[in-house]
Write a protein that binds this ligand. Sequence first.
Ligand code: XMP
Length: 317
Amino acid sequence: SWTPDIFVESTVASLKEKLGDDKVVLGLSGGVDSSVAAVLIHQAIGSNLHCIFVDNGLLRKNEFEDVLDSYKHMGLNVKGVDAKDKFYTALKGLTDPEAKRKAIGKVFIDVFDEEAHKIQDVKWLGQGTIYPDVIESVSVNGPSVTIKSHHNVGGLPDYMKLQVVEPLNTLFKDEVRLVGKTLEIDQSILGRHPFPGPGLGIRILGDITPEKVHILQEVDYIFINSLKKAGLYDDVWQAGAMLLPIQSVGVMGDERTYERVVSLRAVTSVDGMTADWCHLPYEFLADVSNEIINTVKGVNRVVYDISSKPPATIEWE
Ligand code: XMP
């Protein structure tokens, strides 16, 4: 029967044989799948695995630095690429959700392609594709840097012409987590909530500006940190905040304010295909709301999303 130890042993052995002295390039996202795939390949070929982690300017507060640090601690040969401005420039003025997704996907490919070219004689593209990604046309697992919906634009980017190595493509998510545990990958990576590839870009309704990203990062940080402190993080399948494209009236002292509204969303789910909103304790929600309104400048109202999927998707865009 299947055990993670045997899987690791036999996969590392076959990767060694298959890859020999070849170089592999792999995009890390901070998510479970790409991280486990990277560590497996790294065990087989060491620093011939070149990892690239792109800061698209749409990650959570401190995420780029924190995740990059843990990758380096794990001994991975990883390069962090700050491409924030390229993404913000491409997104400027875009409001349509699909247009935003396309722009983010395109800049990602350009940045990744450019970085992959800097590695001499790279022969393989490593990917964290898991079995459900293989059988479904749409990835529900978000952040793994599996390139799917971009094949429509004239020809493949150069790195896509590489041979592909996908050591997790027979596994389900829970098996990937078990493999990750065997590989002693940190729980902060293995237990992470799914996070969409376009990141906060699809949680800011309407156009994206660095200022809005900053506000949403602060809000998200308070919410997620509070879930962790209250011991609720692991009971929730995914959580986050949406920055709404409306302002509402509030009072502060004698002043009337007209500021932003955020919506918090937390769901339980098995695979993201269906989801129920989390019945978080009222006291918890009250504390989070107070902290957000008292500390995040520009936000004067917090609402909680009590819609289930279907029909309401987990993300608002
Ligand atoms: P929805 O909003 O469709 O989300 O209920 C289901 C799961 O998919 C994630 N998601 C995405 N992941 N690119 C991704 O990589 C996307 O464009 C995208 N849209 C949604 C979402 O976070 C949830 O986990």
